[in-house]
Design a protein around this ligand. Structure first.
Ligand SMILES: [Zn+2]
Length: 213
């Protein structure tokens, strides 16, 4: 296990007990130049947008400045394969190799207190669905992990995609897209919205406006 990984496990009060293999495997997927922000064993609950279907799987994950990557454990992949074989599971639930990857720029809501989170978990949403993953039970750590996703997501969203910058004028190349984080007044989720636009909270469907900078 890398020294950097050990430091992060300590920082976020996580034990590698029983998850060492999974953590070592996921740390190998960090790319050169990618800034590792969080890593650890976890159980991730995947829900579709309307939360009608849920799918829970164990493994390890990391959060970097670019993405959140989850790698299912061998046993989770094997169990899934067995369920598919018995015809009890949809084959599309587990991606090839058991890896789920979420680009930071695709994350538009990060769960807060009071929106149905179980203790010791953090949640984020993309257009594909909602993802809840277990972290340490320490309240401070939960808030730290939540905040690091909010910061990384807003940094990633603020980067104008290259092709857009080129279509515009050159001076906008380093200009950031005006996005802001709005805390939902109903459920405390963090929603990333464009300045001046009104959006809907991913978690409770309340209106949130990006009018403050
Ligand atoms: Zn809300």
């Amino acid at each position: 296990m890398r020294a950097e990984t050990k430091q992060l496990l300590k920082k976020y009060k996580l034990s590698s007990f029983g998850a060492k293999k999974d953590i070592v495997r996921v740390e190998q997927l960090v790319l050169p130049g990618e800034e590792l922000l969080y890593i650890g064993g976890t159980v991730i609950t995947i829900s579709n947008v309307r939360a009608e279907e849920k799918y829970e799987v164990s493994g390890a994950m990391f959060i970097s400045d670019r993405r959140i990557l989850f790698h299912a454990s061998n046993s989770a992949i094997a169990n899934h394969a067995a369920r598919v074989k018995r015809g009890r599971s949809k084959s599309d639930e587990m991606p090839r190799g058991g890896v789920w990857e979420f680009g930071m720029a695709d994350i538009h809501s990060i769960g807060g207190e009071g929106n149905g989170l179980s203790a010791g978990s953090v949640s984020f949403s993309t257009l594909e669905g909602r993802f809840d993953f277990t972290v340490s039970y320490h309240a401070l750590v939960i808030e730290q992990v939540r905040t690091l996703i909010v910061d990384a997501a807003i940094n990633a969203q603020g980067r104008i995609p290259k092709e857009v910058a080129e279509d515009d004028n050159e001076q906008s190349t380093n200009q950031k897209r005006a996005v802001t984080v709005v805390t939902c007044s109903s459920c405390a989720a963090s929603n990333i919205v464009r300045v001046g636009e009104v959006s809907v909270c991913e978690y409770c469907r309340s209106y949130v406006g990006g009018t403050t900078i």
